[in-house]
Design a protein around this ligand. Structure first.
Ligand SMILES: Cc1cc2nc3c(=O)[nH]c(=O)nc-3n(C[C@H](O)[C@H](O)[C@H](O)COP(=O)(O)O)c2cc1C
Ligand SMILES: C=C(O[C@@H]1CC(C(=O)O)=C[C@@H](OP(=O)(O)O)[C@H]1O)C(=O)O
Length: 381
């Protein structure tokens, strides 16, 4: 079973991801991981922290001469802004953060909560996802994400949004300018205006997985349904408050004839990952009954606006219990571009988990043989 955990505080010494169950025999490269880390740091509207950090991965364990060993892989991203020992507590909890609830739950300081709740931790989730993407690439599975809406305003979709090669190439140009609202002056203006007013913005991101074979996930047990696993991974990203698969909420508003995707067969496509079963629409977003159906997986996520406001909302001083403005610490105004990279990464990791689950996780060589065998058998079905 492939899985991972992370450790580390926002202003602590370091961030770690411990990945267990990663197959042996994959030659891995740090450079693409660093590219993803740079993408996560990009996007207009972020605060001063990103000028301090230049995130780089250090693959600490589980690799010999560039090749995975099948043993646990520890990834490290060091915090340049290490200052935890000098930081004081926050007196007034910030609405939208875990400050109040965490301080009560753990009977301790707000600082202890915010340091771990912080989205700084997503740096190593992105590193883990970038490693997963290298495994997926061996099976010609590609993942890309983009920003779809910012502060309630739709962003024009890239003209080649359905062209996986073009989108992945753009993604690989470290930071995808054409997918970045910062490149559109109207969005830059919106973020600037909001920031000046002491306020913040959220948005919607979309992630697609192209090339996943039939049958990842299962209908047979609730906790192994891939739609559920994807929803948990995405919802567990800081500030994500909604997850849709395919048509999502819109499907509830339409009759079945306009929602479900007809099934056709095209023998010319038999060799492709859809085994020839084409669907004129993909409202299911590539998942039916918790399993991949050979179509593109489409996941959308809603990110709430950043919680820390320069013009703070009302809060309570935990010592005096008096009403006062919430505490303020340096903060982003908008991090939706970063969220698109993070959601892309956690989706990639879950797809890799499902792939290892179906085709075995000891070695890449065995996985590939079993994958091929499955495709051959499925074509004869
Ligand atoms: C990439 C990214 C950057 C974030 N930056 C900030 C920030 O600078 N200030 C802040 O208050 N919240 C920020 N957040 C959101 C908080 O981490 C998050 O809202 C908080 O931990 C509470 O968790 P919840 O929103 O998931 O309930 C960011 C989230 C993401 C995904
Ligand atoms: C550090 C990152 O994001 C941080 C996420 C975050 C939060 O509360 O989630 C608060 C801010 O922390 P700081 O006060 O150090 O600026 C963000 O910068 C990062 O994404 O690398």
């Amino acid at each position: 079973m492939l899985r991972y955990w992370t450790a580390g505080e926002s202003h602590g010494k370091t961030l770690l991801a411990m990945i267990d169950g990663f197959p042996a025999g994959l030659t891995i490269d740090e450079e693409p991981i660093n590219r993803e880390l740079a993408r996560r740091q990009g996007g207009y509207g972020r605060g001063g922290r990103q000028r301090i950090e230049t995130d780089k991965v250090d693959v600490m364990t589980g690799v010999w001469k560039g090749m995975t060993l099948g043993s646990p892989i520890a990834l490290q991203v060091i915090n340049r802004d290490y200052k935890l020992e000098r930081l004081e507590d926050l007196p007034r909890p910030r609405p939208g953060h875990g400050d109040l609830t965490g301080a009560i739950k753990f009977l301790g300081p707000i600082r202890a909560i915010l340091e771990r709740a912080s989205a700084r931790e997503t740096a190593v989730r992105v590193a883990a996802g970038a490693l997963a993407k290298q495994l997926l690439a061996e099976f010609d599975i590609k993942v890309y994400g983009f920003v779809d809406e910012l502060g309630g305003v739709a962003i024009e979709r890239p003209e080649n949004v359905d062209d996986v090669e073009a989108m992945v190439a753009k993604r690989d140009e470290s930071i995808i300018y054409s997918l970045n609202p910062a490149q559109d002056p109207a969005f830059k203006e919106l973020i600037d205006k909001t920031g000046k007013a002491g306020d913040t913005l959220g948005g919607i991101v979309e992630v697609r997985v192209v090339g996943a074979p039939f049958g990842l996930g299962t209908h047979a047990q609730w906790e192994r349904k891939l739609d559920g696993k994807l929803a948990q991974a995405v919802m567990a990203v800081q500030a994500i408050k909604g997850v849709e698969i395919g048509m999502g909420f819109e499907a509830a508003r339409l009759p079945g004839s306009q929602v479900h995707d007809p099934i056709h067969y095209d023998p010319m496509q038999q060799e492709s990952v859809n085994l020839g079963y084409t669907r004129p629409t993909n409202n299911a977003g590539g998942l039916e009954a918790g399993m991949t159906n050979g179509q593109t997986i489409v996941v959308r996520a809603a990110k709430k606006p950043i919680s820390t406001l320069r013009k703070p909302l009302e809060s309570v001083n935990l010592e005096t219990k008096e009403t006062d403005a919430a505490s303020y610490e340096r903060s982003d105004v908008c991090a939706v571009s970063a969220a698109s990279v993070i959601v892309e990464s956690v989706v990639a990791f879950e797809i890799a988990v499902a792939l290892v689950d179906k085709f075995g996780g000891d070695s890449l060589e065995e996985m590939k043989a079993r994958y091929q065998l499955f495709l051959d058998m499925a074509r004869k079905r």
